[in-house]
Design a protein around this ligand. Structure first.
Ligand SMILES: Nc1ncnc2c1ncn2[C@@H]1O[C@H](COP(=O)(O)OP(=O)(O)OP(=O)(O)O)[C@@H](O)[C@H]1O
Ligand SMILES: [Mg+2]
Length: 162
């Protein structure tokens, strides 16, 4: 699903990644561990297309599609993005509306779901992933506990694949 081949990258002329090779099959959860300063965050930035990072050589493939030079939004549409450890609160924007806009942004005009159809789909996913439906009417991260922030983030990530 994700394949990194001989990835070399630098930031402001400092060489940081020196030939990273990694293959991750679909359906598995992996954790990257290593000493401070060894390049974990830099690798994550390379994968998400951080603009300050220069990829010198190497290749990143997602679902057999070369995304080495893709823009961050193109990668996210393919399903690869960085989740924030400390997500921002956005008062006035609830999860239901936010997720509908994100969902519809990926679809052609004739396939976009209207409010009620999307709400039905969202409720089905919430039941499947055991998320309290009430969470869908809360505003983005506003007043959520640390655990709830994680829970809703996992829901938003997993529901698109569930
Ligand atoms: N903009 C930059 N300019 C110079 N060096 C940088 C820059 N960004 C990262 N580095 C260096 O690259 C190396 C890797 O940093 P990175 O943040 O990827 O490490 P890490 O594995 O995530 O570490 P930690 O476990 O501490 O989070 C470090 O030595 C860091 O100082
Ligand atoms: Mg780090």
């Amino acid at each position: 699903m994700l394949k990194i081949t001989n990835l070399h990258a630098s930031v402001e002329g400092n060489k940081i990644l020196n030939g990273v090779n990694l293959s991750l099959p679909a359906g598995e959860i992996h954790v990257l561990m290593g000493p401070n300063g060894s390049g974990k965050s830099t690798l994550a930035k390379a994968l998400s297309g951080h603009p300050f990072l220069e990829i010198e050589t190497g290749k990143i493939e997602l679902d057999n599609f070369d995304i080495t030079d893709a823009e961050p939004d193109e990668r996210s549409l393919q399903g690869l993005f960085m989740a924030f450890q400390y997500p921002t609160e956005i008062p006035g924007v609830n999860y239901s509306n936010f997720l509908r806009m994100a969902y519809n942004a990926r679809l052609p005009k004739d396939k976009k779901l209207p409010v009620f159809a999307f709400r039905k789909l969202l409720k089905e996913k919430a039941a499947l992933l055991e998320l309290d439906e009430k969470m869908l009417d809360r505003n983005l991260n506003e007043g959520l506990s640390g655990g709830e922030k994680k829970e809703i983030r996992n829901f938003a990530t997993c529901s698109s694949r569930a």
